[in-house]
Design a protein around this ligand. Structure first.
Ligand SMILES: [Zn+2]
Length: 454
């Protein structure tokens, strides 16, 4: 029987200083984008590798036998029958929907009204927010997610709760107060557009750049914000984007949503244009879903340097459109693309399992998503979406030591099945497709093991 253990990070000076350590095993990471370059050129792979970690960062990575000579006294943790990858990056999910994940969908808009809004209203209670944040973070870690771009809800308490929990694990986390001042129940609505943005700026000043916490200006989506709120949100974003603040929202997810946006904003060329008019389209803007995009919209996002997020489990569950990764990564204007679980529209917390769904979404349209490309989206691709690809998403000297160790013998059946897989990509493809639980043996955040299974 497996035993899961979670540990908060030791971020005391002493803890950080004595952290020279090694992690040994098969290692796989990406150094370039396989949508744009030959897949072989993009992969960094060691059958028996060593990652040397110092003060939370990767000091060196390479072949074990060669590298270990330079570190004769290093303490090494070894993982057999496993593969070590960069921690997964979840570019879009809602922690406040953890209590209602797996509720019957119907359509996006009905699902929001019936399940989501009543649940989110509970987050005015800090204790409830704390309890959910604690449970939520454990799900991230046991699924190997080390960086997440998270939606909270209207109440500042909901943002404090998730950042406080993130701080305990020293996790790189992006979040922000959700801005929503119309077309939703009164108990979840912002008091006024002005007040909502004042509250948002207060939280931004409190949290942005505090350790590994980063802030996002986060209108839920165009239909639940007034023009004034989008305008003020755009001004806030523009004032702080130079300091690394994000804008995070939803775009072109479902047909009835897009029709609604057309009714609410008849002056806009399309859905993307609504956000662009208010200064919300920029180099640190992240748009979830983007299933039903016009070519013009892709061009706008590419030109502005925005990131887009494929949330296949959620799109399948709610019956929205499908994200066309071949359009997003069109060679002439490749948009930065990552993966989102979109919990609770998505039905599980695993970025890795999203890849199995992403593959099926592609096949419905006769498009093949190779294991190399999908694993890239889950790691370095996500880091690019968040503009953090110089820090996370690869196992490379100087990068933060955020790692996941995947078990290559998670079940009796898979141990047997993987004997017939020709290489590491074939193995990982089998695992993403069969959707096994308990896949993660360990998760490291900034060099510290915060989760262990077994
Ligand atoms: Zn969402």
């Amino acid at each position: 029987m497996s035993v899961e253990k979670f540990s908060y990070a030791n971020t005391s000076q002493a803890g950080i200083q004595c952290s020279l350590k090694g992690v040994r095993g098969e290692i796989l990471s990406f150094i370039k984008d396989p949508f744009l370059y030959e897949e072989k050129e993009c992969v960094d792979h060691y059958d028996d590798g060593l990652i040397v970690i110092k003060a939370g960062r990767i000091e060196a990575v390479g072949d074990y036998a060669r590298l270990v000579k330079n570190y004769p006294d290093i303490e090494i943790e070894e993982y057999k029958n496993s593969v070590i990858m960069p921690g997964f990056v979840d570019c879009h999910l809602h922690y406040v929907q953890s209590p209602m994940i797996g509720s019957p969908g119907d359509t996006l808009l009905n699902w929001l009204n019936r399940y989501t809004f009543p649940t989110e209203a509970k987050f005015k209670d800090k204790q409830f927010a704390d309890e959910t944040a604690r449970m939520f973070f454990r799900q991230l870690l046991r699924n190997g997610t080390t960086t997440a771009n998270i939606f909270a809800t209207t109440f500042p308490e909901s943002v404090d709760a998730i950042f406080e929990e993130s701080e305990r694990y020293n996790a790189l986390t992006i979040c922000g107060k959700v801005l929503q001042d119309r077309n939703l129940p009164d108990n979840l609505k912002d008091r006024s557009a002005e007040n909502s943005v004042v509250e948002s700026e207060g939280l931004l000043r409190k949290w942005h750049g505090k350790g590994r916490r980063l802030y996002a200006v986060a209108p839920r989506f165009a239909p639940t914000s007034s023009r004034l709120q989008l305008k003020l949100a755009g001004e806030l974003y523009q004032a702080y984007v130079g300091k690394g603040v994000y804008m995070h929202t939803h775009l072109d997810e479902a047909y009835n949503e897009i029709e609604w946006v057309k009714e609410l904003y008849p002056e806009a060329t399309d859905y993307t244009d609504v956000y662009a008019r208010y200064g919300l389209v920029g180099r640190r803007s992240v748009f979830a879903h983007c299933c039903l995009m016009e070519e013009r919209e892709w061009d706008v996002l590419y030109d502005a340097g925005c990131g887009v997020v494929h949330c296949p489990s959620s799109n399948l569950f709610l019956g929205d459109g499908e994200f066309k990764f071949w359009e997003a990564k069109e060679r002439l204007r490749p948009c930065k693309t990552g993966i989102g679980t979109d919990v609770g529209g998505g039905t599980n917390f695993s970025v890795f399992r999203q890849l199995g769904d992403a593959y099926k979404v592609g096949m419905l349209k006769d498009r093949y998503l190779s294991p190399e490309r999908s694993l890239y989206l889950a790691t370095r691709g996500g880091a690019e979406v968040l503009g953090l690809d110089d820090r996370i998403g690869s196992i490379f000297p100087g990068y933060d030591a955020d790692l996941v160790v995947l078990d290559l013998k998670p079940t009796e059946f898979l141990e047997w099945r993987l004997k017939f897989a020709e290489d590491i990509f074939a193995k990982l493809f089998v695992m993403q497709t069969t959707g096994v639980e308990n896949l993660v043996r360990a998760t490291y955040i900034a060099g510290e093991k915060v989760f262990q299974n077994g």
